[in-house]
Design a binder for this molecule. Structure first.
Ligand code: GLU
Length: 461
């Protein structure tokens, strides 16, 4: 792997199901890797918080990513299995006095914090234990006093970084205060593990949620102290609902599982997310490879990106029409009547697909073609009531001869009573399908069980 090769990662914490916001982060990282020659996209499971992590979420998020076609290289790193590495890095920092033990109790820290706030100062660690001399430290450690490890933030530095989304940032180190890198219970801080993992995996670009922007200066300090390279960070703006509030249950289905169970297609999800916070002038449905080609870090937008259900619907329609015939059958598999042979299935799906957005939409066409016709809706009833005299009689007689051949039936009716255009087609469609909107009639009718066309027409003779 050359030094310049792009390595990106998606680093979810398995404490819940993936929702659109996480998935967009995964997508952008995957695209950044796919865009580059020799790029690699990694998955890392950030399960260092044992209390909140659950194994079934690890399984589920991998299944979600596979379903989307976002495939990662290598076996995912798991933070829960890397305590040795974290401790080794902490040991190095301790040996170089870049971290120090802190014995301050929660109560002491809380009192300090309150005093600082009351004095109008931003709360940060007062540095009490930084100034203990070696003998004092050794004695307290030997006495078994619980100690956290704090990072000794160098004074007088300004931390500068060029965020891939927010642009150049400068944070005076004095604003950070000495922060905890290992808690008194021995668990390393999340942002410590995260920084070390990126370096150990050779990550070059880390796109992640805006909520991690504040961690970045601390992570840069840690990596610099360890002599490890830092990735370029890019902090993606929050996904919000159309009302501007953070995306949540109120905005409808937002977890991948919910969307998948509703029959939303991966291409619809990907095309929607590709345009949320990443500007694109490409109006057509794109494949993952096309998105990767068009992905451009300079197109990332700083403003919060709004999720709009209407856009999801748009991409879903496009994705449904773009399915191959075989994939369309697979998408509808569980809702197709079990008794249909393979050819009939394929012909039925081909006939009704233009009228489907979700698999649930199939049910009404299964009823129309293979089951009991529901009562005509109002428009259809009006078309039936207004049909030219003799139309249904001529049509039923034609069906007797021509069976399910719609064109032949229509020709007979046209010749017999002179009906044409809407006056011909509307009543026939209404009588045969109980509605005026729907797929092209000829291919649909071919699938009706024998005798059904005639029976439905005869009801109105
Ligand atoms: N585990 C973090 C999260 O799920 C990711 C942090 C990162 O990507 O650097 O928010």
């Amino acid at each position: 792997m050359s030094a310049a090769a792009v390595v990106t990662r998606f680093a979810p914490s398995p404490s819940g199901e993936l929702h659109l916001g996480n998935v967009r982060t995964a997508l952008f990282n995957a695209l950044q890797a796919l865009h580059a020659p020799d790029g690699r996209f990694l998955l890392r499971i950030e399960d260092s918080d044992g209390a909140r992590s659950q194994e079934h979420f690890v399984t589920a998020l991998q299944a979600d990513l596979h379903w989307l076609g976002l495939n990662w290289a290598d076996v995912p790193l798991r933070q829960s299995q890397r305590h040795e590495q974290y401790n080794a890095h902490l040991g190095q920092l301790l040996a170089r006095d870049q971290v120090y033990p802190c014995f301050c109790s929660t109560a002491t820290l809380e009192a300090q914090r309150r005093a600082q706030l009351a004095a109008g100062q931003p709360p940060r660690y007062a540095g009490t234990c930084r100034h203990l001399d070696l003998a004092q430290r050794a004695a307290r450690l030997a006495a078994g006093e619980p100690a956290a490890l704090r990072f000794a933030v160098p004074t007088g530095q300004v931390l500068q970084f060029d965020d891939l989304v927010h642009g150049p940032r400068a944070v005076p180190a004095s604003e950070l205060g000495d922060f905890i890198v290992r808690r008194a219970d021995g668990s390393p801080a999340f942002f410590f593990c995260n920084a070390v993992d990126d370096a150990d995996s050779g990550v070059t670009h880390a796109l992640r949620g805006d909520d991690h922007l504040a961690n970045t200066p601390r992570q840069l300090l840690i990596l610099a102290a360890l002599g490890l390279p830092a990735p370029r960070y890019g902090h993606l703006s929050l996904l919000t609902g159309a009302d501007g509030s953070p995306l949540s249950k109120r905005h409808g289905a937002t977890t991948l599982r919910e969307l998948r169970e509703a029959g939303v297609l991966p291409a619809a999800v990907l095309n929607l997310l590709f345009r949320l916070g990443h500007s694109s002038s490409e109006p057509a449905l794109l494949s993952l490879a096309q998105m990767a080609q068009a992905f451009d870090l300079t197109h990332l937008q700083r403003a919060p990106a709004q999720f709009d259900a209407a856009q999801l619907l748009h991409w879903q329609r496009e994705a449904v029409q773009a399915l191959s015939p075989g994939a369309a059958v697979a998408w509808l598999q569980t809702r197709l009547p079990a008794h249909l042979d393979e050819d009939t299935r394929a012909a039925f799906v081909a006939a009704v697909r233009p009228n489907l957005v979700y698999p649930a939409d199939l049910a009404e066409w299964v009823a129309v073609v293979f089951g009991e016709l529901p009562p005509a809706d109002a428009e259809a009833q009006a078309a039936i009531d207004g049909a030219l005299p003799g139309l249904f009689a001529a049509a039923a007689a034609a069906a007797e001869v021509h069976g399910n051949d719609f064109k032949a039936i229509a020709d007979v009716v046209r010749a017999a009573i002179g009906a044409k255009g809407p006056a011909l087609f509307k009543p026939l469609r209404a009588a045969l399908t109980a509605r005026l909107q729907g797929p092209e009639l000829a291919p649909l009718l071919r699938l009706f069980p024998a005798g059904v066309v005639r029976q439905r027409l005869e009801r109105f003779t």
